[in-house]
Write a protein that binds this ligand. Sequence first.
Ligand code: NAD
Length: 277
Amino acid sequence: MTSASPRIAIVGAAGRMGRVLIAAVNQDAESELAAATVRPGSSLAGADLGELAGVGRLGIAAVDSLEAVVDDIDVLIDFTTPQLTLSNLAFCAEHGKAIVIGTTGLSDAELDELDSYRDQVPMVFAPNMSVGVNLTLKLLEIAARTLGDEGYDIEVIEAHHRHKVDAPSGTALRMGEVVAAAVDRNLKEHGVFERVGQCGPRDAKEIGFATVRAGDIVGEHTVMFATEGERIEVTHKASSRMTFARGAVRAARWVSGRSAGRYGMDDVLGLEDISGA
Ligand code: NAD
């Protein structure tokens, strides 16, 4: 199979992202929707993927194990849970498949385990697959390098729908890491994730996080650089999950047929050098 037309499997087909991913792969002329999985024993096993995604019948049935389709697929797209993502990485290592991972909320130990597959599996791992967010990360790097150590306080504010299970979002944390690195700070040391009661004045080097969970908000992130006299805000607002899904399909086309390695959306989009870093 050439990387130009990879055969894609979506895992977690019944999820919010899973359904949109089916629609996105189906719309993409340069890849093939080969399979999609639901939980083992799910009543949705056997359901038509197009009907699941609300795009009309496609004639491809959901399966409840990847083993059932192992010879029909080149690359997985996985927006599920940390545990399932790690077991899918083991599957990819065993069967020589590539993977695009959008799952967020991995613990440090889970991230280490994910990283241990970098020599065996071609993987794109990014907490946010939208082209706009990845460009925003570059804008933040430039802003932080210019402003960060000149008395500007840095705060990250994010909002998501009521069903999201991890906080702050993987994207907010990534934004925090990018600005921290740009001003030579360590997010583990300077990140502040909770303020309540008599918490005292702000430390100049803090990078604060605030989280909103409400309704059907798809995903909004603002990084604020504030000093006496002015405030700069860099904001990204996603209004449809299709933006993440299209980015994931682009990543799947890019990673299929590549050598093993852990890649980011920077690599997929060719953004590494945009800020001259
Ligand atoms: P969701 O709960 O709607 O979907 C998760 C899916 O995983 C469900 O269909 C569930 O059945 C499936 N699943 C869980 N365990 C399974 C198992 N053992 N076997 C088979 N399927 C299993 O969640 P969502 O809103 O679609 O988000 C999924 C993940 O993607 C979250 O971590 C979220 O933060 C992340 N996300 C990332 C991006 C990005 O651009 N990287 C964008 C949106 C969401």
